[in-house]
Design a protein around this ligand. Sequence first.
Ligand code: GLA
Length: 357
Amino acid sequence: MTDTTQPTLPSKTGFEKTIDGKKTNLYLLKNKNGAEAAITNYGAHLLALLVPDKDGKLTDVVLGFSDIDGYKKALSSYYGATIGRYGNRIAKGHFVLDGRRYDLFINNKPNTLHGGSKGFNDVVWDVTQSNDQSITMTYLSKDGEEGYPGNLNVKVTYELTNDNAIKISYEATTDKNTIINLTNHSYFNLNGVGSGTILDHTLQLKAANYTPIDSTLIPTGEIAPVAGTPFDFTKAATIGSRINNTDAQLKNGKGYDHNFVLDKHDISTPVATATGDESGIVLEVFTDEPGIQFYSGNFMSGSNTFLNGKTDEQRTGFCLETQHYPDSPNHPKFPSTELKQGETYKTVTIYKFSVKK
Ligand code: GLA
């Protein structure tokens, strides 16, 4: 049965608060083709994104909640969040930089995950600029915050472009050498929020290799070919077609929760393409990052209620988190995540939506 109800965007009232002494709010973006997005400066979250499906009906493709309490409750799932200072895991919560050991908070035993106990997803950002199609937010992560060295000035811009893409640009500078790995943790369901599992979505990843993990989801250090494994998405396949295979790597991730090594990462061609089987909505991901975490929503548990009243049942959303590889500071052979004093960190990811022709 086709659902004809129009999706709505969250209302401002759920996001007007004072947290840590700073005001939070909701910001709406709209492009010239009727696509709309909602963003809050609490954790620089992408709250919702309405794009047309194959029949022109607006569909909310980003999982999200109606108020900040919803985000606070689901904090460890990182719905729509901006992640930092270090996206993904660092083994046992420590690393060595310039000969000194740094200890981080273990929030995902035995590792640190997505910034530690209070990551960039749980702080209030300053809105420095906003107009109908873009919003820029900044945050100063102090020297020693969450155990990381250096005062880090971070800037994130979301732009809703007229070709129905959300372009996310990140920038950062530091006054001491540090490590950084920023990403966005939106969960997508291209058939619409709460429309069922994403197992029949097709996915293509331009990645001939991935980084296998141990049972705590830390890379073993190996760069392994996907050929002949359930990780081969070099040709489009449905997400669900092999997810239940007996495979040690799928068992470690409880499904897909792995970093794929992108063949190319030059922003001009998509590194990932996903299609909603019912909506015909196509998502293409462009990035200059070397990796992408494909997470198939394995830990979603049905305990959170989305804006439209549906619950977050297992595998009803998937993430494509563009990134440097997990635990890079402890793997000298992986591309470096070090940001030196005086340098500027810059990275861009585009999530572009269209419909299948
Ligand atoms: C990341 C991790 C997953 C999981 C989700 C949030 O994508 O890789 O293991 O923790 O965040 O639930």
